[in-house]
Design a protein around this ligand. Structure first.
Ligand code: C2E
Ligand code: MG
Ligand code: MG
Ligand code: MG
Length: 284
C-alpha cells in the first residue's frame, strides 16, 4: 500500500479521504443488530426545579457501546441515523424504553416526568403521533408525564412539522425547545410555536458567572421567555455560582453536571432519595 501510495499519491489521499465515510457506513450497518442485541441503552439526567428545589424529572439520553467500535457518542450516531430512516425505529425504541422505565419508577412511588429527544425527521413521519399514543398507552403513562425535546431548527421547518407539534400539544404532551439560542433563532416564529419550555443552550449558560455580558444576555432571555409565557430551563450548569445566578434571576429549572451527570436507571431512586432528604434544602 505504501509503495502504491508513493507511486500514485492520489491513491493514498483518496483512501484517507474515504475513512470517515467508511466508519459512517460501518456504524450504520451495525445499528440494527445493536438495537436487537441491547447494545444501546438510556441514561437519565435529573432536572432540578428551582422553585421547589426538587428533582422534577429526567431527560433520557442514548448511549451506544459497540463490541468493536467501543463507546460511540450520540452526536455521531444520531447524526448518522438522521440521514436514514433508522431514526424512526430508533426514536420508537427510545420512547418505549423511556416510558417503560418511567412506569417502573412510578410503581416504586417516584413522581417524575421524562423527556425524550426527537429529531426533525421524526416529526415529519406520518405515523409519529400514532407511535406516541401507542407508547403511552402500552406503558400506562399519562402523556402529561412525557416531554419531547426538539431543537430549534427542527420545529421551524415546514408546515407538516407545525401541524404535528400542535397535535402533540393537543395530546397533552409538553414540548421543549432544545438548544435554544444557538440554532437559527427565528424570533418571528417563536411566539406562535406550541412550545412550553425553552431550554437555554449550555454554551449560553456556562460563561454567565465570569462574563457580565453573557449574564445580561441570559437575564434578558429569561425575562423575554417569561413575558411570552414560556418556562425557562437552563442546561449545562456546572458550578454552584451558575446555579445561584439562575435561581436568583427567575430561571425555572436547571440541568447540568453540578446537579447530576446522566445516571444509569438503577441509580435514579437513590439519587432522588438523597436529594429529597431534609438536610439538602436548596440542593444539591
Ligand atoms: P441535548 O439533548 O442538548 O443533551 C444535552 C447534552 O449535554 C448531553 O450530551 C448531556 O450529557 C450533556 N450535558 C448535560 N449536562 C452537562 C454539563 O453540565 N456540562 C456538559 N459539558 N455537558 C452536559 P449527550 O448525552 O452526549 O447527547 C448529545 C446530544 O445527542 C443531545 O443533546 C441530543 O441532541 C442528542 N441525543 C442524545 N440522546 C438522544 C436520543 O435518544 N434521541 C435523539 N434524537 N437525540 C439524542
Ligand atoms: Mg435534550
Ligand atoms: Mg440541549
Ligand atoms: Mg445539544
Amino acid at each position: 500500500y505504501q509503495a502504491e501510495a508513493e507511486q500514485r499519491p492520489w491513491a493514498r489521499y483518496s483512501a484517507e479521504f474515504d475513512m470517515p465515510h467508511r466508519r459512517a457506513f460501518a456504524l450504520l450497518r451495525a445499528i440494527p443488530a445493536s438495537l436487537a442485541n441491547g447494545e444501546f441503552r438510556l441514561v437519565y439526567q435529573p432536572k432540578l426545579n428551582l422553585h421547589t428545589a426538587r428533582i422534577s424529572g429526567v431527560e433520557a439520553l442514548a448511549r451506544w457501546r459497540h463490541p468493536q467500535f467501543g463507546e460511540v457518542s450520540p452526536a455521531e450516531f444520531i447524526d448518522l441515523m438522521e440521514r436514514t430512516t433508522l431514526i424512526h425505529d430508533f426514536t420508537e425504541w427510545v420512547l418505549h424504553k423511556a416510558l417503560e422505565q418511567l412506569s417502573i419508577w412510578r410503581a416504586r412511588g417516584l413522581d417524575l416526568t421524562i423527556a425524550v429527544n426527537v429529531s426533525s425527521r421524526n416529526l415529519e413521519h406520518p405515523m409519529f403521533l400514532h407511535m406516541l399514543r401507542n407508547a403511552c398507552a402500552l406503558h400506562g403513562v399519562h402523556p402529561k408525564s412525557l416531554r419531547l425535546e426538539c431543537t430549534e431548527n427542527a420545529v421551524m421547518t415546514g408546515t407538516r412539522t407545525a401541524t404535528t407539534l400542535a397535535a402533540v400539544r393537543a395530546m397533552d404532551i409538553c414540548i421543549s425547545l432544545d438548544d435554544f439560542g444557538v440554532g437559527y433563532s427565528n424570533l418571528s416564529c417563536l411566539h406562535s410555536l406550541p412550545v412550553e419550555i425553552l431550554k437555554l443552550d449550555q454554551s449560553l449558560i456556562k460563561p454567565i458567572a465570569n462574563d457580565e455580558r453573557a449574564f445580561t444576555l441570559i437575564q434578558s432571555l429569561i425575562s423575554m421567555g417569561h413575558a411570552l409565557g414560556y418556562q425557562m430551563l437552563a442546561e449545562g450548569v456546572e458550578t454552584a455560582e451558575v446555579l445561584d445566578l439562575l435561581k436568583h434571576h427567575g430561571c425555572d429549572a436547571a440541568q447540568g453536571y453540578y446537579i447530576s451527570r446522566p445516571l444509569e436507571a438503577d441509580a435514579i431512586p437513590e439519587f432522588l432519595k438523597a436529594s429529597r432528604g431534609p438536610h439538602v434544602d436548596g440542593m444539591p
